[in-house]
Design a protein around this ligand. Structure first.
Ligand code: KG4
Ligand code: ZN
Length: 340
């Protein structure tokens, strides 16, 4: 099977990015993303608008992915799509389109779990990039999820810790909103944090048992802190933005690293991969590189283009399911809450 020419078209539409990618034997031929600007003015994703924008974007995005890959749609071996988790109205667009295209072309349909795909992005064939070997731990951090996953094989994954409320991406984005920064604020906090003092303002470490996380209290502590300071000095945010951002980022990274250390101790596994939108964050990337030296961990940090939502990760998950002939039938439906 491995010597075969496998072309997988991946389709991602779980949130506010319409994306399509073509992989040839696990290697990227094209990776197209249409990011929806419409949500910025509302300070967050508006589900109904996201669904409508997916409907407008999906045909041109897929066209472009196939054209850039320089193949004919008849060359595609199978279509992989995000079944969930995500926003129902958004997932429905990708799911319906994937089904129709698969039916029209007479090729297999492959459903993919978005969170598994974030992790499997580490298996996209790339020169000079090492791949994790099984078992490893994945810290999956995005706008909707925060999980520590024990990955025993491509599709043998167990969530051993997760957030009990907000996701870490929300902690970044909501903190940014309190500071008056536009959505999504995570990358902006990262940008300003680079020039600030991480120890300027200490934020508390939430007390959550085991390997679970909690971020709703964190956001509240940022809110109370900023309210108190601006009462005393209305220009507090403008005068201290870099230090506030550096302190927020430092505290969030410490929360993540504390739990990772616990997970390594508990499982005896010290191969760590990070995945999801927040894995683009320079603070967590530096902390992991530091942990390689300090604790002897073996860490896997994805290329930036595979951190936030993309279809290449859906296609690589599809590739491995294709090898196992794990195909879906047309009765399959989108699933907003999709655990694995
Ligand atoms: O994986 P993703 O694109 O979408 C979801 O599945 O949620 O993650 C988006 C999240 C947003 O919360 C965004 O603010 C955050 O990832 N993010 C970052 C950075 N880049 C993206 N957070 C902190 N630092 C960054 N550099
Ligand atoms: Zn995602």
């Amino acid at each position: 099977m491995a010597s075969q020419n496998i072309y997988i078209l991946g389709i991602e539409s779980s949130c506010d990015d319409t994306a399509a990618a073509v992989l040839h034997n696990g290697k990227i031929l094209s990776n197209i993303i249409a990011t929806q600007e419409v949500h910025q003015q509302y300070g967050g994703v508006v589900p109904e608008l996201a669904s409508r924008a997916h409907q407008q974007n999906i045909v041109p995005v897929i066209h472009q992915a196939i054209a850039r890959a320089n193949i004919d749609k008849k060359d595609v071996s199978a279509i992989a799509f995000t079944r969930g988790p995500g926003l129902m109205g958004s997932l429905l667009v990708g799911t319906s389109f994937a089904k129709s295209l698969s039916l029209g072309l007479g090729i297999p349909l492959i459903e993919v779990n978005h969170m598994q795909a974030h992790i499997l992005a580490h298996f996209i064939e790339e020169e000079n990039f090492k791949k994790p070997s099984f078992p490893f731990l994945a810290l999956t951090i995005s706008g909707g999820h925060t999980q520590i996953v024990k990955v025993s094989n491509y599709f043998d994954m167990e969530v051993i810790g997760e957030t009990t409320d907000d996701a870490v991406g929300e902690a970044f984005d909501k903190s940014a909103k309190i500071l008056g920064l536009p959505y999504p604020g995570g990358p902006l906090i990262d940008k300003y944090a680079k020039e600030g003092n991480p120890k300027a303002f200490p934020f508390p470490n939430p007390k959550v048992s085991g390997l679970n996380f909690s971020f709703s209290g964190f956001k509240t502590s940022v809110l109370y802190f900023v309210q108190k300071q601006t009462k005393e000095n209305p220009d507090f945010i403008a005068e201290n933005l870099k230090d506030i951002c550096a302190s927020i980022q430092f505290s969030i990274v410490r929360i993540l690293m504390d739990k990772l250390k616990k997970a390594v101790k508990q499982t005896g596994i010290n191969q760590i991969a990070i995945a999801g939108g927040v894995s683009a964050n320079s603070g967590i990337r530096n902390a992991l590189m530091d942990a390689e030296k300090r604790y002897g961990w073996n860490c896997f940090i994805p290329k930036f283009e595979y951190t936030t939502d993309n279809a290449a990760m859906i296609a690589i998950a599809g590739h491995y399911k294709y090898l196992e002939e794990d195909f879906s039938d047309y009765s399959i439906t989108a699933q907003a809450r999709y655990k694995f």
